[in-house]
Each structure stands twice: as structure tokens, then as C-alpha cells.
Design a protein around this ligand. Sequence first.
Ligand SMILES: Cc1cc2nc3c(=O)[nH]c(=O)nc-3n(C[C@H](O)[C@H](O)[C@H](O)COP(=O)(O)OP(=O)(O)OC[C@H]3O[C@@H](n4cnc5c(N)ncnc54)[C@H](O)[C@@H]3O)c2cc1C
Length: 360
Amino acid sequence: MESISGVRGPVLRRGAEGFDGERAGFQTASRHEPDVLVGATGAEDVRAAVTFAAERGLPVTVEATGHGRAVPALGGVLIQTRRMTGVSVDPAGRTVRIEAGVRWGQVIDAAAVHGLTPLSGSSPEVGAVGYTLGGGLGLLARTYGYAADHVRSIDVVTGDGEARHVTADSDPDLFWALRGGGGGFGVVTALEIDLVPVATIYGGTLFFAAGPDVLAAFQEWTALVPEELTSSVGMMTFPDVPGAPESLRGRFVASVHLAFAGAAAEGERLVAPLWAAGPVLRDTLAEMPFAASASIHNDPDGAPRVHGHQRAGVGPRRRRAGRRPRHRRTGRARLELREDQPLGWGARAAAGRRERGRAP
Ligand SMILES: Cc1cc2nc3c(=O)[nH]c(=O)nc-3n(C[C@H](O)[C@H](O)[C@H](O)COP(=O)(O)OP(=O)(O)OC[C@H]3O[C@@H](n4cnc5c(N)ncnc54)[C@H](O)[C@@H]3O)c2cc1C
């Protein structure tokens, strides 16, 4: 093991013992090939690692869980944040401070104690910081909008090795760029984000045999439901393997995932028209604590080679035909073609920004 001045966590060169374990993450289709890997234990480790890279002109990559690994790093310094797991809830202010390596599940559990919830997405295994920096379209998105619009402050180490505390007032441009711009503007060491007063939801999934009628019915239905109900439709071929639900095994299935931030009886009433979309193969709708919301999408928590969300990909022709996505399941890959219900809150905010002459 090497050392970098000021770093308390492990510093590993390629080939060192523990290197492969440190660079492994959710996505196994590709892997990072950095020259040096730093297992950061806190903001000071991040600052030291970025300074080390800056002094040598090396590129820096950051990873928390590997859920969003797109282009693997070749050379340079990889900062692994999984040891940075501090979570601190302020119930009165309805905010939470999260360190860079925190996964949503941790935040959900810490907030639930106070009857609050974060604007998390389908999987509690996803990193809260990476998700939020990318925008973050969550289970309650139609009610509250993007997670990136609910950030109070950002602790970030910029490329010059400076640690900054950034708010909308202190540095509006950097604050704006980080929220949606992903990891291109620095290494975030912590975020302070809003929590919302939702303790229980009515939600789950309705599974249909995929076809044009289901997609047309979904589209019509989404125009009728209030903003407290957020939904998406996905199409995928279920694996024909033991353990998959019998009613879905080997079938090309359309699944409508939804979460309603309101009473179960009202949720049932709102969802009722959707049952006419076609024979329902399986129904998991129920009232649940938000802490159980992972059951809605039931995303894999293992390590698939590819997990594709093609979120804006259902064009009119494909929708009319209810066609099978071109991607197929191969090996352990799971691919789902998914379209989200248009946002109410988000669309209104974007329209407001356009009216004020600012970029959407
Ligand atoms: C199963 C699954 C479910 C998902 N569900 C949703 C969903 O419901 N809604 C949604 O909006 N998205 C969803 N996503 C997408 C997910 O939000 C992104 O892939 C996100 O980038 C994952 O962040 P991570 O930290 O877990 O991943 P990582 O692979 O660790 O990081 C991904 C990228 O985030 C950036 N990043 C991470 N940490 C930092 C940091 N500390 N500082 C600066 N940049 C950083 C870097 O650019 C990094 O390459 C899902 C993805 C998967 C695989």
C-alpha cells in the first residue's frame, strides 16, 4: 500500500492486494483501470487526493456504488467514497446532511424515524449523491420534482484542490452546475438536502401482458390522475427461471409502477380505471411505509452486466405497436424500456424558468 500525504484511507496502485475489491461496484460490464485508487474516509482525504492528481496533471474519477458507471476510467486517480457514510437528520428543519458514499436506503431509514422521507428513486442501493447530482427522478417526482431542486448546500472539492461550501447565494453558478451536471465540476463530499413529510404511500406494480392497448390506456390514465400520483410504465421479458413469479415467467410484460402520496382508499380509487387496460397478470399494490418502497420497482441489488433504463424511449410508433424493445435479455443482463409519467411539478418549474428567460 502506498500513501498520499494527508490521506488516511487506503491508497492502492494497480495490481496491489485489495485493488480489485475496491474498484468493484454494481455494474460489472466494465471496470475502472486507474493508476491509483484512493479509498476516501472523509473530505480531507478527497482534498488530498484531488491535490495529488492536480499537481501531476492526472484525471480524477469518483465512484460511490458503481450504479452509474458509464465510461470506465483509464489511468489517473479513482476516488472511492464508499467509506463516507455519515447521515445526520435535522427533523425540525426537514433536512438531512449526507456524505458522499451514502446509499438511499440509509437516508430513508434515518428519515423514517421522524415521519419524513427523501426524494429517492426506485432502488435504495443507489448512491444518494450521484443520483442527486444527475437530477434524480424519484418515486414522488410528480409531487415534489427533481431531487436536484431540493439541495440546500453542497460541500465540494474543486479541481484546484480547494474545499468549498456552496449554496445558491455563495456561488450560484457552481451550485446550478453541480445540480444536474453530475460529477464534472468537482468531487462532492457532502450534500444537505430536503426531506418531505411522507411516511406512508399506496403503491406497487400492476403487470399486464405487453401490448399497444396497455400503453394507450396508461397514457390516457396518466392525464387523469393528480400530481400526488407518480408512475412509469416498463416493458421487459421476464426470465423463464425458477424463482420468477409463475404468472410472469418467460412472458413479455408491461409493468406500471406507481406511488401515491395519499390515503390507500383514494389510491385504490385513482388506480381503478387502469385495471381495464388488459388482463392483470399480477398486482402488488398495497399501503406501505415509504421505507418499503424498494418493493415497487424491485430493482436488482446484485451485480448485473447491464441494467438499462431507456427512459424517454417509447416513441409513438413503438407505443402504437406495443413492440418489444430491441434489447433482449442476454446472460444476466436485465433491460427494461421505461417511460415516466410527465412531471407536474417539474414541468411547471421548467415552464416558469422559460417564462423568466432562463435555460430549462
Ligand atoms: C438499479 C438502478 C435504479 C435506478 N433508479 C433511478 C431512479 O429511480 N431515478 C433516477 O433518477 N435515477 C435512477 N438510477 C440512475 C442513478 O441515479 C445514476 O446511475 C447515478 O449516477 C448513480 O449514482 P451512484 O453514486 O450510485 O453511482 P456511481 O456509479 O458510484 O456514480 C455515478 C456517477 O455519479 C457521479 N458521482 C458519484 N459520486 C460523486 C461525488 N461524490 N462527487 C461528484 N460526482 C459523483 C460521478 O459522475 C459518477 O461517475 C438508477 C440506476 C440503477 C442502476
